[in-house]
Design a binder for this molecule. Structure first.
Ligand code: HSE
Length: 422
């Protein structure tokens, strides 16, 4: 079997896992590792420090290196480095979801021109095998929908909020102490990380290029302990869901936002840092992929699997043809205002006769049928806590109704509006 040389760009959590997993591999030799700080102490036994360089271009320009493994994240310098590597005919393995979402098209086209492959199993849902199954085992399917939990940090926070009925802020602080959330958690909690991942997943599953800038993205920061409690009483769990679906009109509906997921849906049972991807297609029906979406060793598992796939095919004239991507069709993406959903609305209203009637009347005028209305008691300031679940209605109608409710003098505030999974 052909032995290959790899160059590793990045020796953080994922890079460290890759070095540990490849330690005794006879066919894959780590030739160079580019790091930010050569003198930093590493959690790797017997690391040969001669391998380290602070110049990643030493890797992408090195004629002895067959595969460049990029695990630094972010768009620059990763984009420029990978372009250089591809032009130098190196195969690529990357865990960089942001780069793929923003610059994937240029990179994949460049890779095709240079007859090299880019593999990225680790970029989406960490240790869960999802890219290769979609591109190979499920290749005979027309995939119509993906509903996924793609971010471990937010799933951990939501699970703990639900289990202990504590606030978002309290759980975030605990998650940061335990290392489950980053010091700056914005990318995770505002949904950007999930949006990067679903952009690429939707592109390959639906066979149409999805534009990251057109993905409606909402995070979990507005979810309260009360929302969790009310959802639970109504038979739902709140999850940050990444959705991608072909509509009846052949539009592509891709978005990331929290959802009330019915207890009967398997995604409601995916807890803590676990990720899950539910794929619907013809002829397979529904398939669920679930497992560790992050972490040193699960992510290294995906990176090393990709490296081995390349090593086993490197002598082919056209290596791994099924894993190639091209972006001939641009998706016609549905604007969130044109979607239809069920909604959960949490309202604080004045505790006066007729207020539920007012809510029903405003919703009715905007063509919104109510499925259930619950008054959750009266608060200290003599206000009523009301929770409404609607039937399926238009997003534009619900937004208009919310504006009108906010302006009505019997409504104290709209606490939250969350979409509900069917
Ligand atoms: N920060 C991500 C998560 C893992 O919390 O799932 C890497 O994409």
């Amino acid at each position: 079997m052909t032995k290959i040389n790899i160059g590793l760009i990045g020796l953080g959590t994922v890079g460290t896992g890759v070095v540990k997993v490849l330690k005794d591999n006879q066919d894959i030799c780590i030739k160079k590792i580019a790091v930010k700080n050569i003198n930093k102490k590493r959690n790797i036994d017997n690391l040969d420090t001669n391998l380290l360089t602070s110049d990643p271009y030493e890797i992408v320009e090195n004629p002895e290196i067959d595969v460049v493994v990029e695990v630094i994240g972010g768009t620059e310098p990763a984009f420029d480095l990978l372009k250089r590597a591809i032009k130098n005919k190196k195969h690529i393995v990357t865990a960089n979801k942001e780069l793929l979402a923003k610059n994937g098209e240029e990179l994949f086209n460049l890779a095709n021109e240079n007859n090299v492959v880019i593999l990225y199993e680790a970029a989406i849902a960490g240790g869960i095998p999802i890219i290769m199954p979609i591109k190979t085992t499920l290749a005979g399917n027309k995939i119509s929908k993906i509903a996924a939990i793609l971010n471990g940090t937010t799933n951990y926070i939501l699970t703990k909020m639900e289990e202990s009925n504590v606030s978002y802020a309290d759980v975030l602080e605990e998650a940061q102490k335990l290392g489950y959330a980053e010091a700056d958690p914005t990318g995770d909690v505002e949904g950007f990380d999930s949006a990067y991942k679903i952009a690429t997943l939707a592109t390959i599953a639906l066979n149409q290029k999805v534009d990251i800038n057109k993905i409606h993205t909402e995070g979990i920061t507005k979810i309260s302990a009360d929302d969790m409690k009310f959802a639970d009483e109504l038979g739902y769990k709140i999850k940050l869901i990444a959705l991608a679906e072909i509509t009846k009109e052949n539009k592509v509906d891709v978005r990331v936002h929290p959802m009330l997921v019915p207890d009967s849906n398997i995604l409601s049972t995916i807890n803590d840092v676990t990720n899950a991807v539910l794929v619907e297609g013809y002829p397979v029906g529904r398939v669920l992929f679930a497992g560790p979406g992050a972490g040193e060793m699960p992510t290294a598992s995906s990176v090393v699997g990709d490296i081995i796939a390349i090593q086993r095919n490197i002598d082919e004239k056209d290596p791994l043809p099924m894993m190639k991507c091209n972006h001939k069709i641009k998706a016609s993406q549905l604007d969130i205002l044109h979607t239809e959903n069920k909604y959960y609305i949490s309202i604080t209203a004045s505790n006066i006769p007729g207020v539920i009637g007012t809510i029903g009347e405003i919703c009715g005028r905007h063509h919104i049928n109510l499925a259930s209305v619950l008054q959750k008691g009266v608060c200290k300031e003599n206000s009523a806590q009301i929770v409404v679940i609607t039937e399926t209605c238009k997003e534009s109608d619900i937004q208009n109704a919310i504006t009108e409710l906010k302006n009505n003098n019997t409504i104290v505030r709209i606490n939250n509006l969350i979409r509900v999974m069917e």
